[in-house]
Design a protein around this ligand. Structure first.
Ligand SMILES: Nc1nc2c(c(=O)[nH]1)N[C@H]1C(S)=C(S)[C@@H](COP(=O)(O)O)O[C@H]1N2
Ligand SMILES: [Mo]
Length: 331
């Protein structure tokens, strides 16, 4: 594996078009373009400085640079959630059910070596190593809102590339209609897996067209560095218009299937967690409202609740995927 220790800078594989230098030069050029109004609304110089400061590397893990995504909807200008919050307030039930459990318990997760099995209805099944996955497509930085079904949200600068790039590589058959995502279940290092909170391994699923949507991210990093274990190292999904639990962490297999797969949360409580789980302020969870959310880091005395947006604010990009569907029925 290329990553020898947390402190070693990630070395872009040969042939990867994104070098760290190109990344920083590219970002400087992008910021200048923003300031000049070339990329839509002009940013004031202070805002440009803040955008640069926001994504400063925390220096905790190996660097994983990515060029700011040019994809519509892929970069929100909302204030980022602090790295310390992103990496210490987590849901990763394999390591325990308290928000503070993953950061304490996940440091023993071994991500080297790692590979992902490609199974089912594809012309190119097999196993891809993490090295192969890291160089499969250029890395991009995408700043997405992540809305947990529990009613809190964060804004996180992820690094990765569209899952569609991997899907096209493995050539799905015409009969493949869904992808089931299987994640690691290692009793040795994951205390939660010895219990029965969920039916392990944690699995998730997407319709093939959802998985192929350019906003669906295969993430390897955040804040310009490799993912911390508690955030789903070495690779995870980020599906920004769906509740956070659809964004499966520490993925070990993709299964291309014909029928809608069961998912870990659907098995645990089908009336509470449907297959689609699109963020929708009008469809309440059976036990609480989904109309508002609390932004992590804004929980002080005067913090206001934010209104939750349909499809988490990504309606312009993804609404068409659900045209004609009854979103109350397909919750
Ligand atoms: N394997 C696995 N993936 C998972 C979870 C989990 O418990 N296990 N929790 C999900 C939930 S409920 C949320 S909100 C997000 C949280 O991601 P974060 O901790 O990086 O913010 O991860 C999702 N992915
Ligand atoms: Mo969640």
């Amino acid at each position: 594996m290329l990553i020898r220790s947390d402190r070693d800078a990630f070395q872009p594989p040969r042939g990867n078009p994104v070098t760290p230098r190109a990344f920083y030069q590219g970002r400087r050029a992008l910021l200048q373009a923003w300031a000049a109004g070339a990329a839509g609304a002009a940013l004031a110089p202070w805002a440009a400085r803040e955008a640069l400061a926001q994504t400063a590397r925390p220096g905790k893990r190996a660097a994983l640079p990515g060029a700011r995504s040019a994809l519509p909807g892929a970069v929100t200008m909302e204030r980022l959630t602090a790295y310390d919050d992103v990496s210490s307030y987590n849901n990763f039930y394999e390591f325990g059910t308290d928000k503070g459990d993953p950061v304490r318990q996940a440091q023993r997760l071994r991500t080297d070596p790692w590979s992902v099995r490609i199974e089912g209805l594809v012309h190119k099944p097999g196993r891809l190593t993490l090295e192969e996955l890291l160089r499969l497509a250029p890395m991009e930085e995408r700043i997405y809102r992540l809305r947990c079904v529990e009613g809190w949200s964060m804004v996180i600068p992820w690094v990765g590339y569209s899952l569609g790039r991997l899907i096209e590589r493995v050539q799905p058959m015409g009969s493949a209609k869904y992808i089931e995502f299987v994640t690691l279940a290692d009793r040795e290092v994951m205390p939660g897996v010895r219990g029965s909170v969920l039916d392990w391994p944690y699995t998730e699923g997407l319709r093939l067209d959802e998985a192929q949507h350019p906003l669906t991210l295969l993430a390897f990093g955040l804040y310009g560095e490799l993912l911390p274990p508690q955030n789903g190292a070495p690779l995870r999904l980020v599906v920004p218009w769906k509740y956070g639990f659809k964004s499966a962490k520490s993925i070990v297999a993709l299964r291309f299937v014909e029928h809608e797969p069961r998912t870990a949360w659907n098995k645990a409580a089908a009336n509470e967690y449907g297959f689609y789980s699109n963020v929708n302020p009008e469809v309440d969870h059976p036990r609480w409202s989904q109309a508002t959310e609390r932004r992590i880091g804004e929980d002080g005395l005067f913090a206001r609740k934010r209104k939750t947006l349909l499809f988490n604010g990504y309606e312009a990009q993804v609404g068409q995927l659900y045209a004609g569907m009854d979103l109350r029925k397909h919750y």
